[in-house]
Design a protein around this ligand. Structure first.
Ligand code: UDP
Length: 390
């Protein structure tokens, strides 16, 4: 550990490895890395290479200033990717010997670096900890749980995520509620919420395998997009590379409504500007749920479950499925309900429950606190007195 002075109460300036590999991680980690560096910590950033397309990562890194100290290139064989991320992680953590590893959220980067940290006896810190969708089919949920099982410190975005962690037996003293840095990123854009009268139409995104990998569901989804354009207003639909690939594969002849604008993934600022100008978001994205809440924009989430229950509780989010035609019809009804004048008025006045825009600073000062040292020591417990845990 690189202390600024030799005193045990002096603030800590730690060497931290921060890995990331996907679009949402770049967006959410850029403000955290900035704050860590401003707080005097030494940060080694590692791009695991998971999103290799320029539109999904390169442009963003450039715009948000998150340069990688180490950039890994993954081979083309998808079945080998997780293994490769793990072996890169093991090599990097062993070589660099940081004071701690900090990873965010639910991508494959999280279990890879949790494992690498543990193997190297380096403490692991999980940011955006404690989100739970209770979806047994979700690989992301497993990634989050591996993060929780490995972490010495759990940085939770909300009280609800703290409650989920505690219900899984994680000791409260290892949990800190710091908000979600996705809100820091939004504050940095300088773009604020707009009045309902200044907004129109619908912003749509979808890329989950459950929605786009099945031809029938994909067709239902695209019909829903057309119906949204017909009944609510112009639709902007930036198409995720995976979805574009499936549309070309399964439904090359599909005709979209004249009021639907399809585009490649948008740059972050342009995307956020469309979001705040929309009456409604229809999506299966995770991070977009917090972003919409910041702008007071309601959402229909095309999933049977969510890990952002705060928005369900406050009435700004309705879950919907593309399981069959009836469910898709319900999704359209939810969209209509959420865009009634009264709903729009109510939802735009709900305070955002996901953070205050200071998550990065909170993380930096927490990690600088010498009081945290005992939680970052990995040691074997002593049951030499013959006691058993419980
Ligand atoms: N986003 C973007 N351009 C787009 C679509 C999304 O910059 O065309 C951003 C969006 O603001 C959000 C993030 O990408 O912060 C969400 O990424 P994604 O939906 O891929 O991942 P998830 O949040 O579902 O893990």
């Amino acid at each position: 550990m690189t202390d600024s002075t030799s005193s045990s109460t002096a603030i800590r300036q730690r060497h931290i490895i921060v890995p990331y590999g996907t679009r949402p991680e770049i967006i959410k980690l850029a403000p955290v890395v900035r704050a860590l560096r401003a707080g005097g910590h030494r940060v080694t950033t590692v791009n695991t290479g998971q999103h290799s397309q320029t539109a999904m990562s390169g442009d963003l890194s450039l715009a948000l200033g998150l340069d990688a100290t180490v950039t890994n290139v993954l081979g083309l064989d998808r079945s080998l990717r997780l293994g490769q991320i793990v072996s890169d992680a093991l090599r990097i953590v062993t070589e660099r010997r940081p004071d701690l590893v900090l990873a965010l959220g639910d991508t494959d980067t999280v279990p890879a670096y949790a494992l690498a940290a543990k193997r190297s006896s380096v403490p692991f810190v999980h940011l955006e900890a404690g989100l739970r969708s209770f979806n047994q089919r979700s690989a992301e949920e497993l990634n989050r749980k591996i993060g929780s099982a490995s972490a010495s410190l759990h940085l939770a975005p909300t009280q609800r995520s703290r409650t989920f962690l505690r219900s899984e037996g994680i000791s409260d003293e290892r949990i800190r509620v710091v908000g979600n840095s996705v809100i820091d990123a939004l504050v940095t854009t300088g773009l604020g919420p707009l009045q309902t009268a200044e907004r129109s139409g619908v912003l749509v995104t979808a890329h989950r395998a459950t929605n786009v990998d099945d031809p029938e569901r994909l067709a239902r989804f695209l019909n829903l997009v057309n119906d949204l354009a017909g009944s609510i207003g112009p639709v902007i639909f930036p198409v995720h590379p995976r979805t574009a690939q499936r549309m070309a594969q399964f439904l090359p002849e599909f005709r979209v409504h004249d009021d639907v604008t399809l585009s490649p993934p948008l740059g972050y600022l342009s995307f956020i500007d469309h979001l705040r100008r929309s009456l409604l978001v229809v999506t299966d994205s995770g991070g977009l749920q917090e972003e919409a809440s910041y702008f007071g924009v309601p959402l229909v989430v095309l999933r049977g479950s969510t890990s952002r229950w705060e928005s369900v509780e406050n009435g700004s989010l309705q879950l919907a499925s593309l399981h069959d035609d009836q469910s898709a019809h319900k999704a359209l009804e939810s969209a209509r309900e959420l865009t009634s004048d009264e709903s729009l008025r109510n939802i735009s006045s709900i305070p955002c429950p996901y953070g205050d825009g200071h998550t990065g600073e909170k993380v930096a000062s927490l990690l600088a606190d010498p009081a945290l040292d005992p939680y970052l020591i990995l040691e074997e417990p002593s049951f030499l007195d013959g006691e058993v845990p419980w």
